[in-house]
Design a binder for this molecule. Structure first.
Ligand code: PGA
Length: 237
């Protein structure tokens, strides 16, 4: 399966920086052996998608509402994101779960809304440090998968241990491989499973070579074109 390297810009980038970064990715995206995606904030999504149009890098969103339209001040519906040029949407990121109280049921509804709008959902799961240290990492992730993924789910899953996000810490290779195997067992053979959490050019090759790792979801290192492209170049072909 072709690997995907997805960049999550989170709440970063004004127009000028976003356009510069998108331009650099457009120039660097050719001849990579993997699929490339960037998920900018919604304010620059349309501009970034425009720069990347026809390139080897696709554009995605970071969240969507579960309804297609309505009285939801400040929210963004999946058809709007599609209309702005998104092909994918990240859902259930741990920052959404922790900072906005998103439950598995809410993520489930958003996944269905995304699919209805023609977006490919990337559903994030992952345990906290306390859950890992308590020996519950796999059961927590299994519960998130069961609650968040609708029947017949055909998007991507991103395994992102909460304690590895933005911290410079990563699980051991054995722990990543074990969790990806456990997720594979639950989602079936066709789903790509990304690893996320402090992926950098220095550790990308080792992580991306692990069995069942179908790519990476990259936060901090996706804000720099050279780092992001170096991670993409580390994909085994
Ligand atoms: P990080 O973030 O690469 O900065 O750890 C990953 C993510 O939150 O998707």
């Amino acid at each position: 399966m072709r690997r995907m390297i997805a960049g999550n810009w989170k709440m970063n980038m004004l127009s000028e920086g976003a356009l510069q970064l998108a331009g650099a990715l457009r120039r660097g995206a050719d001849r990579l052996g993997c699929e490339l995606l960037v998920c900018p904030p919604a304010t620059v999504l349309s501009a970034v998608a425009h720069v990347l149009l026809g390139s080897a890098c696709q554009t995605g969103a970071q969240d969507c509402h579960a309804e297609a339209a309505g009285a939801h001040t400040g929210d963004l519906a999946a058809p709007m994101l599609r209309d702005a040029g998104a092909t994918h949407v990240i859902l259930g990121h741990s920052e959404r779960r922790a900072q906005h109280g998103e439950t598995d049921a809410m993520v489930h509804a958003k996944v269905e809304a995304a699919v209805r709008a023609g977006l490919v959902p990337i559903v994030c799961v992952g345990e906290t440090l306390a859950e890992r240290e308590g020996g519950r990492a796999e059961s927590v992730v299994a519960g998130q998968l069961a609650g968040s993924l609708p029947h017949g789910f055909a998007g991507l899953v991103a395994y992102e241990p909460v304690w590895a996000i933005g911290t410079g810490r990563t699980p051991t290779q054995a722990d990543i491989a074990a969790m990806h195997a456990a997720i594979r067992h639950r989602v079936g053979a066709a789903i790509r499973i990304l690893y996320g959490g402090s992926v950098k050019p220095e550790n990308a090759a080792a992580i991306l070579a692990l069995p069942e790792v179908g790519g990476a979801l990259v936060g901090g290192a996706s804000l720099d074109a050279a780092s992001f492209l170096a991670i993409a170049a580390a994909c085994p072909v």
